[in-house]
Design a protein around this ligand. Structure first.
Ligand code: GSH
Length: 206
C-alpha cells in the first residue's frame, strides 16, 4: 500500500485527491515541513513524498501524479491517449510546477526574495508575487474558456494538481478568483466532487 506524506493546505493535496480517485488502499501521513519524519523520506523536507511498500521513494508532485496515473490506467486520470495529448499533459504539469507553484513562493516566503529586512521590501516582494500569480491564472483561465477540465478526456491528475493552487489564489490574491471565472468554475466542480470533499475533511481533521 503506498504512503503519501502530506501537509495541510500544501500541494500534496493533489496526489491525495488522485489516490482517492484511484480508489485503492493507501496511507496518508500528515507531517510538518522540515520535521524529522519528512526529512527521513525527503532530504528537502518538502511534501508531497510517496513511499511504496518496498521502500521506494518518489518526490516532486508532478512526478508522483504521473506515476500514480500510469500505475492505475483503469482510473483514466492521464487525459486522452496519443502523442500530442501526452505532450499537453506534460505541458500543463510543467506549467503548474514551474510557473504557477513557483509564482507563489514570493507570496508565501518573501524573505527568501530580498535581503532587505524592511516591511516595505517585504510588501514589494509579495506584490510582485501577486502579479506573477495573476499572470499565470490569466493563462489558465483563458485555456479553460469553454472547457470543463484542463486536459481533453475528462478529469485528470492535472485538474487535481491545479486544485491546491486555485485554493491558494482564492485566499491570497487581493481580488481572489473574481477575474478568473473559468478557474472559479473548475474550482467549484472539483470542490463538489465527493472524493475531493473526503480528502479535504481528512486533511482538516488532522
Ligand atoms: N518542487 C516540489 C516542491 C515541493 C514543495 O516545496 N512543497 C511545499 C508545500 S506546497 C513544501 O513542502 N514546502 C516546505 C519548504 O519549502 O520548506 C514539488 O513540486 O513537489
Amino acid at each position: 500500500m503506498p504512503t503519501l506524506y502530506f501537509a495541510v493546505g500544501a500541494c500534496s493535496l493533489a496526489p491525495h485527491i488522485a489516490l482517492e480517485w484511484i480508489g485503492k488502499p493507501y496511507e496518508a501521513v500528515r507531517v510538518q515541513y522540515g520535521s524529522k519524519e519528512i526529512l527521513a523520506v525527503n532530504p528537502a523536507g518538502a511534501v508531497p513524498t510517496l513511499r511504496e511498500d518496498d521502500g521506494w521513494l518518489l518526490t516532486q508532485a508532478g512526478a508522483i501524479l504521473d506515476y500514480l496515473a500510469c500505475k492505475h490506467p483503469e482510473a483514466r486520470l492521464s487525459g486522452s491517449d496519443g502523442l500530442r495529448a501526452k505532450a499537453e499533459a506534460h505541458r500543463w504539469s510543467a506549467f503548474l510546477t514551474s510557473d504557477v507553484h513557483a509564482a507563489f513562493w514570493p507570496v508565501f516566503m518573501p524573505a527568501r526574495y530580498t535581503t532587505d529586512p524592511g516591511e516595505g521590501a517585504r510588501r514589494a516582494v509579495v506584490e510582485a508575487g501577486h502579479r506573477l500569480v495573476a499572470k499565470q491564472f490569466g493563462i489558465l483561465d483563458r485555456h479553460l474558456d469553454g472547457r470543463e477540465h484542463i486536459l481533453d478526456g475528462g478529469r485528470s491528475i492535472i485538474d487535481a494538481y491545479s486544485f491546491p493552487m486555485i485554493r491558494w489564489a482564492m485566499k491570497l490574491l487581493p481580488g481572489g478568483l473574481e477575474p478568473y471565472p473559468n478557474v472559479q468554475a473548475l474550482h467549484d466542480r472539483l470542490a463538489a466532487d465527493p472524493s475531493v470533499q473526503k480528502v479535504l475533511a481528512r486533511e482538516a481533521g488532522g
